[in-house]
Write a protein that binds this ligand. Structure first.
Ligand code: ACO
Length: 443
């Protein structure tokens, strides 16, 4: 295998080194491109740009492969759980029984949010979107825990232990914040975490219990939600993770970096798609659209309608997470004897799309959002909380990437360049002289 590639510009040849990843992916190292050639690389949307090297998640979009630290997602979905996967992502290994117990204890110890922080919820209108509250509250959380804003070992804890406490605080408190924002939107009293419950059951308890009525999650329900979180836990350089890394690269603390990630995730082309899928299915159900019309609209170049939950920047084959969730959804519905007309519509849409040349040619398959919403809906999670569930799931990945940025030997502030396409130099004319001429006049 060659170690360099040759780039030719105006009859001049330049040698650019090749970088090869563990799984054989090749990248052209353009670190010196501008110095050597005077050119920069142009890649809007970063579709062909590796912004970093990372050991966390491997995705092969052509073959529908996804692994966390080398372990296939299918195996984790089968035998692991969200907290073990969170540990794996951040520390790069499956925890021993003792490490797992210690981390679980830290999660339990950190489940409460500061009492003063509760009053922040009162400042939001009851109609506030839970993603707006989540982002704001995570940033506000940083005001209460600035002591652990760095992992440079400034107090009695070493950097590893500091990170462990920091990670446990965020992973535990994010679910309390999410559940409190739901309670706030309903005008119901906050329900405090129960230290005897496991991560997901505790979240569902805070969401659905009332002072006079305890909610106990069925094991199948807790397992399905745990699986959703696990499958969302990381997905390498997606939009929100790249945002976290970019903010972290400026030296920002974990809370601010994650808060920015929540905002990026909210967008409808990213984590917001799970809400959009259900809205689309609901529209079809209510008669505003039908499945065939939906497919036609998605194919129409004049319409900006997209089949939500379909297509992916990286997967040009089945999204392995969607496959696992489709099975989990069918199993859960059978177990609960739950019927949802939206599932039938989803299956019909999937069938139509997978047999349509437009979708086949463009390699558009259902992504993780296509089925996650069906499960969340059956559990009773309101649609506007779907992306919050995604954020809770994605948090360990964000933490792992934040850590990687901080520990990278070649850490650099993220600062892309651009191809400027605006005005050439113009001459500014002061107000007093502008009589009848445009405020800025060409030189
Ligand atoms: N419905 C209809 N057409 C689509 C869809 C879709 N869902 N997705 C892509 N296409 C078409 C585009 O119109 C384009 O067609 P063209 O070549 O004729 O112009 C072609 O497929 C390529 O699409 P791009 O937008 O260039 O692909 P990109 O990689 O930039 O976008 C994205 C990926 C944003 C996920 C896109 O597929 C999409 O908008 N999907 C719907 C939203 C969605 O489900 N997002 C969740 C993604 S997964 C996640 O974030 C967890």
């Amino acid at each position: 295998m060659a170690e360099n590639v040759i780039l030719e510009i105006d009859d001049k040849k330049y040698n650019l080194p090749l970088i090869i990843g563990t799984e054989g992916e090749k990248g052209i190292n353009i670190l010196k491109l501008r110095d050597q050639t005077g050119c920069i690389a142009y890649d809007p949307g970063f579709g062909n740009t590796a912004s970093c090297d990372s050991k966390i998640t491997y995705i092969n979009g052509e073959n529908g492969i996804m692994r966390y630290h080398g372990i296939p997602i299918e195996q984790l979905a089968e035998g692991s759980d969200f907290i073990e996967v969170a540990y794996l992502l951040i520390w790069g290994k499956i925890p021993t029984a003792q490490e797992r117990r210690h981390f679980s204890d830290l999660l339990t110890d950190n489940a409460l949010i500061h009492e003063n922080l509760k009053s922040h919820f009162e400042g939001f209108p009851s109609s506030a979107h839970p993603m707006a509250m989540l982002s704001a509250m995570i940033n506000a959380l940083g005001c209460y825990h600035h002591d652990l804003g760095k992992i440079e070992g400034e107090d009695e804890l070493g950097p590893e232990q500091q990170l462990e406490v920091l990670a446990a605080r965020l992973i535990s408190k994010i679910r309390t914040i999410a559940a409190f924002s739901y309670k706030m939107s309903r005008g119901e009293p906050f329900i405090y975490p129960d230290p005897n419950l496991r991560y997901v059951s505790n979240f569902l308890h805070m969401m659905f219990s009332l002072p006079h009525k305890h909610y106990e999650a069925m094991p199948e329900v807790a397992k399905a939600l745990d699986m959703i979180l696990m499958l969302h836990a990381d997905h390498e350089q997606n939009c929100s993770t790249t945002t976290v890394r970019m903010v972290a690269s400026a030296g920002a603390n974990l809370f601010s970096s994650v808060s920015a990630g929540v905002c990026a995730l909210w967008g409808r082309l990213h984590g917001g798609a799970n809400m959009a899928v259900i809205n689309m299915l609901q529209q079809i159900h209510d008669g505003g659209l039908n499945a065939k019309k939906c497919i036609e609209l998605a194919k129409d170049p004049k319409s900006d309608f997209r089949l939500m939950g379909f297509g992916h920047r990286v997967y040009k084959n089945h999204d392995p997470r969607a496959r696992i969730l489709k099975g989990a959804c069918e199993r859960l519905f059978t177990k609960l004897d739950h019927k949802d007309p939206l599932l039938d519509i989803a299956l019909e849409l999937e069938d139509l799309a997978l047999n349509d040349s437009y979708f086949i040619e463009r390699k558009l398959y259902p992504n993780v959002d296509f089925y996650s919403g069906m499960i969340l809906r059956s559990i009773g999670i309101p649609t506007n909380m779907f992306t919050v569930m995604f954020a809770i799931g994605r948090l360990p990945g964000w933490i792992a990437h934040w850590r990687e940025v901080h520990e990278a030997e070649n850490m650099k502030i993220a600062r892309p360049r651009q191809i400027y396409t605006g005005n050439k130099e113009l001459h500014y004319v002061p107000m007093a002289q502008r009589q009848g001429v445009s405020p800025i006049e060409s030189k």
